[in-house]
Ligand binder design. Structure first.
Ligand code: NAD
Length: 323
């Protein structure tokens, strides 16, 4: 039986990956400071561990694994990353986790490890034009990410590559672009744009309004969770190290995304633009390299995933109102 270790296995992407690996017949250990928020874990062995602690991290690596996925990070949406209030924690916590994970990986004799980096590593200057952001993997340098979250991701990419050169680690590095879907954080300040907009629309009364941060003309692309898992596993099981974008290249403005969600809801809603933390002006995944190296591209249009996400969030809103 194949085995996998999923660090951050209590989080959004990690808990979905655990379920997918389970369906594929793996024995799975997951490690996280918290259990999955929306239901029991599918892991065979779920360890509650603070991976900033070297001993707790080492304990998770006590055997050989066929696949190791590193998703644990201190992260959130624009309301968490761009206010500046969490910069020190984001950098310290995530960097410490990655340092510990690589040390434990080497010490345990494990070799291959997937690392979840981010589109946030790309230079700000490449993301000024909302209609033509430049996000080819090779344009990451000279580096100038727009957040400390992005700087930590870039540092850790380099850390994984350095361990590959010096300690025989087989790193597999993806730069995720806005992953969304059911069982993602949808309220409380750490949620990202698709979940936040779905929640606002779900909560609004017909004929009312929702608020969008900024003028709504900032562009992004969003990738549905199932597509992300498929791309991630293709990378993990390939000979290609990366870093490589895993995202959608269906770029939309936030106004277009809001209009899509409103149409799905069947409500008539006004959109009010208010000030708020924004991030870069334009971002879209460049999928030339990932298509060439992994033969992967998203298989469904954005709307298909947004429909599923909207209906899941409608249920969450109803559930929390009934508590
Ligand atoms: P998430 O916040 O749901 O999952 C991260 C998990 O890490 C959480 O369950 C959290 O409890 C855990 N964690 C944090 N600190 C820990 C610690 N000290 N010890 C043990 N566990 C700890 O986020 P996600 O959306 O599932 O993202 C997974 C990974 O993908 C992260 O590294 C993130 O930076 C990266 N990523 C995600 C996106 C996205 O759109 N979701 C985009 C780019 C990159």
């Amino acid at each position: 039986m194949k085995s996998a270790l999923v660090l951050g296995g209590g989080g959004f992407i990690g808990s979905h990956m655990v379920k997918k690996l389970k369906m594929e017949g793996f024995w799975i250990r997951a490690a996280d400071v918290k259990s999955p928020e929306f239901g029991a874990t599918a892991a065979d062995d779920f360890i509650v561990a603070d991976l900033r602690d070297p001993a707790q991290c080492r304990a998770a690596f006590d055997r050989p694994f066929d696949e190791i996925y590193q998703f644990a990070a201190d992260m959130g949406g624009a309301g968490y990353i761009f206010t500046g209030e969490h910069d020190a924690d984001v950098m310290h916590n995530s960097a410490t986790i990655n340092l510990n994970a690589l040390t434990a990986c080497v010490a345990s004799g494990n070799r291959r490890i997937f690392y979840a980096s981010s589109a946030c590593i790309y230079p700000q200057s490449n993301q000024l034009d909302p209609n033509a952001p430049i996000m080819r993997e090779s344009t990451a340098y000279p580096a100038n990410p727009d957040s400390e979250y992005g700087w930590e991701k870039l540092f850790s990419e380099r850390l994984y590559l350095a361990y590959s050169r010096n300690y025989g680690i087989e790193a597999r590095i993806a730069r995720y672009h806005n992953i969304f879907g059911p069982e993602g954080i949808w309220n409380g300040g750490k949620e990202k744009a698709p979940a936040a907009l779905c929640r606002k629309v779900a909560e609004a009364r017909d004929g009312g309004s929702i608020e969008i941060w900024g003028d709504g003309e900032q562009t992004r692309s969003f990738l549905y969770i199932d597509e992300c898992l498929e791309g991630t596993q293709r990378l993990m099981r390939s000979d290609f190290q990366g870093p490589v974008n895993i995202g959608s290249d269906e770029m939309v403005s936030l106004n277009t995304l809001a209009a899509m969600i409103i149409a799905i809801s069947g409500k008539t809603l006004r959109v009010d633009h208010i000030s708020g933390p924004l991030g870069v002006r334009g971002r879209n995944s460049d999928n030339v390299l990932v298509r060439e190296k992994l033969g992967w591209a998203p298989s469904q249009p954005l709307r298909t995933g947004i429909e599923k996400n909207y209906h899941w969030i409608v249920d969450q809103v109803a559930l929390s109102a009934s508590k």
